[in-house]
Every structure is written in C-alpha cells, then in structure tokens.
Design a protein around this ligand. Structure first.
Ligand SMILES: [Cu+2]
Length: 115
C-alpha cells in the first residue's frame, strides 16, 4: 500500500491526469466499496511483491521500472499486458487465480489471486 501511495504521489507530481485518487477520496459516508489500486512493480527482472488482498473490481497497476520491455501474460489467456520500459498499465482484477509470466523472459513468473 505504501508503494501504491508513493506511486500515486509521483504520478500527481508528474502532472498525470489519471483519476488516481478516485478510490482514496471516497466520501466517508459512501456506500459503494472503493476499488483499491494495487501496484505490482517490475524491477531488476522480477515481479515485486504480489498483493494478496485483491478483490474483483480492484485495479491492478503494472509498473515497469526496468530498461527492458516486459509483459504480464496470463497462462490461461485472461490478460496480456505489454510493458515498455518505464510503462505503467492498469487493468481491472477479475476473480480467480491466475499464473502469469513475462513473454520476453519466461523465467519471470508469478501468481495473482483475486477474491
Ligand atoms: Cu520480462
């Protein structure tokens, strides 16, 4: 979560116009559940910690800190996110357990569990 907050702060500083504060600015009395943003940061040829408290409808934010292109490719075809060097790509989490890997570096693997 700290990592996500730092990322959001840096996006704001960069003048990004994404509605990154949508989840955190929810009104105290809002009844709809907030959709949390979970960042997964790729650094030094590996996926960073995979969040374990992801719920369907949450946002997964893939961030590539490497100077190489990576991907987050689901083995079951559920998603296939290409990440150019420095790229950040968001997707909506869908319930289920999905093993994923990098198309360019098959040794990079991970598993995403969405409740
Ligand atoms: Cu890769």
């Amino acid at each position: 979560m700290l990592r996500t907050m730092i990322l959001i702060a840096s996006l704001a500083l960069a003048g990004g116009s994404l509605p990154v504060n949508a989840a955190t600015k929810a009104a105290p009395h809002a009844t709809a559940p907030a959709h949390v943003v979970h960042a997964i940061v790729i650094d030094k040829m590996q996926y960073g910690p995979i969040p374990t408290d992801v719920h369907a409808g949450d946002i997964i934010e893939w961030v590539n800190h490497d100077i190489f292109e990576h991907s987050a490719t689901a083995r079951d075809g559920r998603f296939d996110v290409d990440l150019k060097p420095g790229a950040t790509v968001r997707m909506t989490a869908v319930a289920g357990t999905t093993a994923f890997f990098c198309k360019f570096h098959p040794g990079m693997t991970g598993t995403l569990v969405v409740k």
